[in-house]
Design a protein around this ligand. Structure first.
Ligand SMILES: *Cc1c(COP(=O)(O)O)cnc(C)c1O
Length: 429
């Protein structure tokens, strides 16, 4: 049996299947490059594990205070090895990426300090952490101020503006690698490195922190290889490899990590406490799988861009542009097509394929958001998922896919939904 027949069995229109296959044929060269990056990163991860002498005993966990949790300590060594940093904090107690970013900021800032974002507005959920929107417990309440410098119209860094924005008070620079829910481009580790070099030239003791969410393993280097003092991310995105059930990480200099650790637990306790519970095996194994899982997600994103761009939907990044994260933005142009897309992703899921995503006022986000995901780990966005704030230009942000076969099916199912709703024409040969 060929897989096209199963596609038909699963309700996909024959013209959508045929058209999608034609698009896919042209992507072979691109996919080969991605496989090469994954191979390099797989070896780097293997080196990181071997250097830390990970053994069977490390795969077990601890409970209670978590004193002498050797697995947790080895895992943090593995992350530090991979990111080429002095230390790392990798914990099941870190609830999500926002939490990891929040403790990195809260731990490293003191009253009177100022944060600078030199790449425009940061990710939506940081608004309330920083106090860009007034919020209980924000850094603003603790006397930490905030400044941002927008990117230039062509998407590049406004070096002059950044230089002028750095003052006596500036203590920490927050650089977001991925575009998040904005329509700028995502930055490569090298581009971030150039920015860090410039910033440290203006004031050398500034802490440069990178929000690395969705960027890990997409390139063969990380921002920490280019001078970042901290890189921060979520384990239910790329570095968890789909297996981590929760968690976040911060990799960076010894001082930065210690300051974040005493914020996560308590002053005086720091990294010594914090049981890994039963997560160690999944954390190690997920990290081991992460390079190839990330490659699958990236291929799914490129396939989605190639398919939808060919049908006239603007895509960021463009189908053939270089990638620095796994996010694909597709401008659907109207709410109807956007919902049809998201519902297609949901219907293609291994879990909850029968539920219908609806927009809702999600905590931390300004506009109603629709989220499609039928994931094994709730909210995991390295698994095939799509989310969209309901605002102009009705862009959907598509990401994940633990395997390319699944990512491909999801994209085709999304297109088929739009096609069946009469919202798009599929060109004949
Ligand atoms: C996902 C993400 C975060 C953190 O979001 P959580 O849902 O809290 O994990 C922060 N920044 C960016 C750019 C992200 O993509």
């Amino acid at each position: 049996m060929d897989y096209q027949r199963i596609y038909e069995e699963m309700g996909i229109s024959p013209e959508v299947i045929a058209y999608s296959e034609k698009i896919l044929k042209n992507l072979e060269g691109r996919f080969k490059e991605i496989d090469e990056i994954a191979e390099i990163n797989q070896l780097k991860v293997l080196q990181a594990l071997q250097k830390a002498k990970v053994s069977e005993a490390h795969l077990l966990g601890s409970t209670g205070y978590g004193y002498n949790d050797i697995g947790r300590d080895a895992l943090e060594e593995v992350y530090a090895n991979y990111f080429h940093t002095e230390d790392a904090l990798v914990r099941s107690q870190i609830v999500c990426g926002t939490h990891a970013l929040a403790i990195a900021l809260q731990g490293n800032l003191r009253p009177g300090d100022e944060i600078l974002s030199p790449v425009g507005k940061p990710y939506d959920t940081l608004d309330e952490v920083i106090g860009i929107r007034d919020s209980l417990g924000s850094l603003k309440e603790f006397g930490v101020s905030y400044k941002e410098v927008a990117l230039l119209p062509d998407g590049s860094f406004d070096y002059e503006g950044i230089k002028n924005a750095i003052s006596e008070k500036t203590r920490l620079v927050e650089i977001q690698r991925s575009k998040g829910y904005s329509d700028r481009k995502s930055f490569s580790p090298k581009e971030i490195g150039d920015l860090i070099h410039f910033i440290k030239g203006c004031k050398k003791d500034l802490i440069c922190m990178v929000d690395n969410c969705y960027g890990e393993f997409v390139c063969t280097e990380e921002p920490s290889d280019y001078g970042a003092d901290m890189v921060v991310g979520s384990l239910i995105k790329n570095p968890g490899g789909g297996l981590a059930p929760i968690g976040g990480y911060i990799a960076g200099s010894k001082e930065c990590i210690e300051r974040a650790a005493v914020r996560l637990t308590a002053p005086g306790l720091g990294k010594e406490l914090g049981p890994s519970l039963h997560c160690n095996k999944d954390f190690f194994q997920g990290f081991f799988l992460a390079p190839t899982v990330t490659a699958s997600a990236e291929k799914s994103a490129i396939f989605a861009a190639s398919l939808f761009e060919s049908l006239g939907y603007p895509c960021h990044p463009k189908a053939d542009s270089p990638r620095n994260d796994i996010i694909q933005e597709i401008c659907m142009g109207n709410g109807e097509a956007l919902l049809a897309f998201c519902r297609g992703i949901q219907e293609a899921s291994p879990v909850d394929s029968f539920v219908r995503p609806e927009p809702w006022d999600m905590p931390g986000y300004e506009d109603p958001v629709v989220m499609a995901a039928g994931a094994f780990i709730s909210g995991s966005s390295i698994e095939l998922s799509a989310d969209a704030p309901l605002r102009e230009p009705y862009s959907v942000y598509f990401q994940g896919g633990l395997t390319f076969a699944h990512g491909k099916f999801g994209v085709i199912k999304a297109l088929d939904n739009i096609f069946k709703a009469g919202l798009v024409k599929i060109p004949k040969e």
